[in-house]
Ligand binder design. Sequence first.
Ligand SMILES: [Zn+2]
Length: 333
Amino acid sequence: MPYIALNECDVEVTSFQCLDEFKREGTEYQSFRCAFCEVPYIAKAIYNETSVAKAPHFAVARGRSHIGDCNGEVLLVVAPVEGGGIGAKVVKREHEVPEVLVVKPPTRSVVSGPKGGPATPLSEAEIKRRRMNAGKKYGVSRFTSSLLASFIEAKAHLVSAAFAKAKEQGLTGAKEKAFLNSYLEKYPLQLFEQKLNYSTAFWRANYVRAGQAPRIFQATNGNVMISAQNLTINSAFLQRSTAKSPSTVEATATALETNGKKITVGATAVVLFDLSGVDRAELPRAHKSLLKKLAETQAADRTVSWSAYGVMTVRDGLNCIELLSLDHLHIKT
Ligand SMILES: [Zn+2]
């Protein structure tokens, strides 16, 4: 599935980066061509398809085809091997969800004027040279995103697919929960260098996890306080009723303790972001809309559920997650 293309300005782009730029900035390129043989492409699952289960990619425009042996994919110098890392074999899964949280790519400088393809057809030798160069540069690239929102949407999609399957199989209670976990574990999720999956990458923010590696922390019942200087979201721990059956909170706590990890239940979780020095007029579209939504929530005195990527530190008995970027916060009102 081709994921590398040239845009109308002759700039090499990947479908993953195009999706990120569209979500963050609203940037929409007008046309794409194969990065190797320059046949016209159309964008798939980037601008006009909302399915979170489909990886963004390119496809040959109707009635056209690649030149010679070109199929829009890179040529690998080293054969793909099992087991992860560069050159790892890409495992085909039922849902094509984002797999790697990466640093935001640098903002592109737009080259002037549309160019739109070579004057004469490219030679097969030139096409091969380009594909081999791209193979060295990208390897077997996996679906990446620099926006936490992409992973939260994908997880919600996987959870609902898993619940539907569990229902089909008549699973309930502990069996349903075990099925959900094993389903999520099949989907890798790499947080920068950390190789995790859609189950292990997420932690509840109300448990103390100080001094541990960064994760995607989550909590509900968040009270938003936003000023010119700071953004703070406070989530007090809510004790669930255990009168009838053990709550999911207690079940998780027991499981974690048996794994020998020391945890404390019941701390208030806090997301912090320093807004001083942030020029709000210069913020990308996605950040402006996030801050607007947070301000509206505060004004209406409503609460939010949130997900935040970062390291937890404990200060004055509070579980604090300090954000390095607004790309790493997702809220649900
Ligand atoms: Zn091609």
